[in-house]
Design a protein around this ligand. Structure first.
Ligand code: GAL
Length: 419
């Protein structure tokens, strides 16, 4: 532990943990996260730099693996062993589940001094609060329903950005006929489900997506529209390359970058990859919403919760960390790298690119007209056990010859069992 240094002094004043004559508890935070790809790592580096510049000591606990499945396994075992990290990336209804177990620290003090009730949109506040108290801090809003396209490859077949799934299929067939892999994909359950929920949104519309993945309505899960969604998944299975099983999402993004494939369906953390590789939006790559004639916006808010830990240095670290996360400057820097847009209001979008600006416009429109939806594939719409059950059916169907009729039957059964 360090004694008061110039840096420490600033932090001590900030976090008011300095006691005259006593050793200063250096704000320390072990941060568990899964941001290890090119763009993600740059974003997390910005987070670390901000924390350290404010006198914090950062202990990095990065657990690789897209969408955090591996990170969540580590978190559960650490929590079970009574040794949770000070801060962990968790989101959506999982925040409530952890809070219910009484293991999360109350962030109301920081929230009050930083005005979170004013600067955070109500829809985000409610995800961050448990029984009216803040237990998590949001860093961004990712849009999930994006199509990333290599325009040079598209031009080879004289293709246009598809605005319906029929157009998407026609384009994919054209690309295939020209010997080009239409879709870069990584065969991992969360990636299969990322595609699946964009198909469900596109074919069923926003109200249908909500009935299926928020309300978990049995009739909707078994409906003809859901049968059509699985039919579309079967088509998509024919548009990916042979080596798709197990591939990480960022390697799929690289296929679009280097022209090995024409498109990828992925949230805008993929844009973080393009940017980290020096690619320019509108020139080297194009972003467009996945085909959804009835509109909608699948949102995914990354956030951190602080776990109950002992030690003044750790508690000071948690409070400093929470405060910085929602700060204006930090949300600008972080999101410029991450591909997302700020979670808080009042951050200038001047430095953001056209994809981020389009995301913000679409987000505002969707929240105004009631088509803002929580992403199922990214843990925002339902519990981990229900989304896990959905993932399993979607992936089984994708990797077999299962009929769409059987798939919807299995889907409804699996959801009923898991909820
Ligand atoms: C999402 C997460 C994003 C991104 C992605 C791939 O679930 O919200 O921040 O990192 O996984 O790892």
């Amino acid at each position: 532990m360090n004694f008061v240094s110039k840096r420490g002094l600033t932090a001590a004043i900030l976090s008011t943990v300095f006691v005259a004559g006593a050793a200063y508890a250096e704000p320390t935070a072990e941060v568990l996260h899964w941001w290890t790809s090119g763009g993600e790592a740059k974003a997390v580096q910005a987070l670390k730099a901000d924390f350290e510049a404010n006198g914090g000591k950062w202990i990095d606990n990065a657990v690789a693996g897209g969408a955090g499945d591996a990170a969540m396994t580590v978190l559960r075992s650490r929590a079970l062993a009574g040794d949770p990290p000070a801060a962990a990336q968790i989101k959506g209804p999982a925040i409530q589940e952890w809070a219910k177990q009484g293991v999360l620290a109350n962030l109301d003090k920081v929230a009050a001094s930083e005005n979170w009730d004013k600067v955070l949109p109500p829809a985000i506040q409610s995800v961050m609060k448990y029984q009216g108290h803040y237990v998590a801090a949001p860093v961004n809003v990712h849009r999930v329903d994006w199509l990333w396209v290599n325009p040079t490859v598209l031009a080879k077949v004289d293709g246009k950005i598809p605005t319906s799934w029929d157009e998407f299929n026609a384009l994919a067939e054209k690309l295939k006929a020209a010997g080009i892999t239409p879709l870069a994909h990584g065969g991992q359950p969360w990636q299969d489900s990322t595609i699946f929920e964009t198909v469900v949104l596109g074919l069923g519309g926003p109200a249908f997506h909500k009935k299926a993945f928020v309300d978990l309505d049995e009739a909707t899960l078994k409906s003809d529209t859901m049968v059509k969604a699985f039919d579309q998944m079967r088509k998509i299975r024919g548009y990916v390359d042979r080596d798709f099983p197990g591939r990480e999402w960022n390697l799929a993004t690289q296929m679009v970058m280097n022209g090995t494939a024409a498109m990828q369906i992925m949230g805008d953390w993929a844009k973080g990859e393009f940017l980290a590789a020096g690619k320019v939006p509108g020139k080297d790559f194009v972003c467009a919403p996945t085909p959804a004639p009835q509109g909608g916006y699948l949102s995914n808010v990354d956030s951190f919760a602080m776990f109950n830990v002992k030690g003044d240095d750790k508690v000071a670290g948690q409070m400093l960390f929470a405060k910085l996360l929602v700060g204006e400057k930090f949300q600008e820097t972080f999101n410029l790298f991450k591909g997302s847009i700020p979670a808080r209001t009042g951050v200038s979008m001047a430095k953001f690119d056209e994809c981020a600006k389009a995301s913000e416009t679409a987000l505002n429109a969707a929240s105004a007209n009631g088509t803002l939806l929580p992403s199922m594939a990214h843990g925002m719409s339902t519990t981990g056990s229900v989304s896990g059950a959905i993932f399993e059916v979607v992936t089984q169907h994708f990797n077999s010859t299962m009929s769409s009729q059987d798939a919807v039957k299995k889907l409804a059964e699996a959801v009923a069992l898991a909820k």
